[in-house]
Ligand binder design. Sequence first.
Ligand SMILES: Nc1nc2c(ncn2[C@@H]2O[C@H](COP(=O)(O)OP(=O)(O)O)[C@@H](O)[C@H]2O)c(=O)[nH]1
Ligand SMILES: [Mg+2]
Length: 565
Amino acid sequence: MTDSEIPDVLTLVAAARGVYRDDPAAQSVLGALEERLREPLRVAVAGIVKAGKSTLLNALLGERIAPTDAGECTRVVTWYRYADVPSITVHPHGARAQQIPVRRTAGRLVLDLGRYAAEDVDHIEVHWPSRMLRTLTLIDTPGIASLSQDLSARSLALLTPEESPSSADAILYLIRHLHASDLKFLEAFRDTAAGTAQTVNALAVLSRADEIGSGRIDSLLSARRVAERYERDGMLSSLALGVMPVAGLLAEGARTLRESEFASFRTLAQLERAEREPMLVSADRFVNTAHALPEASRRELLDRFGIFGVRLATSLIRGGADDSSVLAEQLVAQSGLNELVATVRMHFRSRAPALKARAVCDALTQLIAEKPRPSTDEIEAGIEKIQVGAHGLRELALLGRIRTGDVTLPPALVREAERIIGGEGDDASLRLGLPPDADGDALRARLDDRLDHWRAVSASPLVMRDGVQAARTVVRSLERIASEIGCRGADATDVVTAGGPGDGPAEGAQQQRQKHEAALQHQRRSQQGALWTGGRELDHDQVQQQLHQERRQLPPSDTRAAAHE
Ligand SMILES: Nc1nc2c(ncn2[C@@H]2O[C@H](COP(=O)(O)OP(=O)(O)O)[C@@H](O)[C@H]2O)c(=O)[nH]1
Ligand SMILES: [Mg+2]
């Protein structure tokens, strides 16, 4: 499902160009905004120093391009953009941009700043023919709350500028152990880039996941449990859409696995158990045990894969991974990288137009505030219209509220709402909970059914206000699917009517709802996830029945009033 905000925003930028035709500085800001609408979504990778940001970036790119560990370059914000031909450009403060040669040693790209110190450089741009970059521009950032105040300041300035909208549309925030500064940073990002009232466009990554279980073979399971705990944690879950455990080093190693490394792993796998197991007990043991595999190779394997990766690769080969590409695939699958990419795609890429449109609208608003002109009313009205109408953004906001447990609906409905607004993927069949090969008739039948259902929910006086809002967003998503596949739901019409006159209680829907809201709020605090149901979860049909019963007790006029409220 795509959003159509981009052409509208481009029209507004063009109008602004007219208004500011005598202002070269404004023209250049507007030019950059047009560019931003055309280019891929910008995703920044952020987190404290040594969180594994550059390693993860390499894993995503499938090449060792971003410098890891020490070096001047790791202290500079670096943009990775798609181009057919590789190139590297240094952008110094207050001086002309300069290309530097593209060189690789030992499989790594060399980023040499030459005569510049990191402090002198504003940012570096690396253009690279990587498939991932066709749809995402990735931004590597120096560590937040890092050794040097200055570096932190630079990353913060990029990601959470105080006056201008953030340069990044979305963010992957790497955490190792949840840290107060992580929360502070995520809060700042949410409050600038995404707007306080909106949900975050941040995804948290529990990085270096192999270290969480001390490199034991079940480390990633432990990491998954920790991630789930973080996800449930009130603070973090209100700041990020989810927490994904990823073993970045393993993923980077796997995606750049060399034949010689596979051969070394195979040598280890072929050892007798009595010899192999003691050797793999710890990184120290692995390096210090005399063995046919030269020490240098062992050190390199450790560097590239960590002790966890060495153990896992050995055991996968013993389990049948009999060539390097099979092993690489299995290692990547275990690393959590695939899930991360799928989640990024689902949350960010499919909403790219809406996220970009929002960023550009914010920038336009700011430009107009800074340089007021008498003739900007129409542009401002246009911005407001886009902001109100951008359904992709509303879906994202609702997704965030669902993830933070902030939607007062029965659990079964919350789960369905999450799916319909694209929480599991963007496909019409996925959103409707049907198999991918479901035919048009099946889609239409399901759609009609769910539209009736969700319109009823949105009109029910028993649903609290936030639930009504959520239900309306769901209805709108369904209507959009309907207009895509062409069926009756596309002409969204009136709300579901209630039972006949005289069969309801004397109080109006609005009063009823207020009472219910108070009662439910209380219930929700003590017993989240068990609304209406006395602790039982109802399936969809039961909820439908219950809604019908409740509606029958209300006079029709009140129901309508509540639904339109
Ligand atoms: N064991 C392990 N080490 C990692 C992982 N990711 C990064 N590292 C190591 O942590 C160090 C810092 O990584 P780097 O990517 O440069 O971190 P950055 O400062 O956040 O960019 C390097 O020595 C990496 O090899 C991981 O997933 N597992
Ligand atoms: Mg780095």
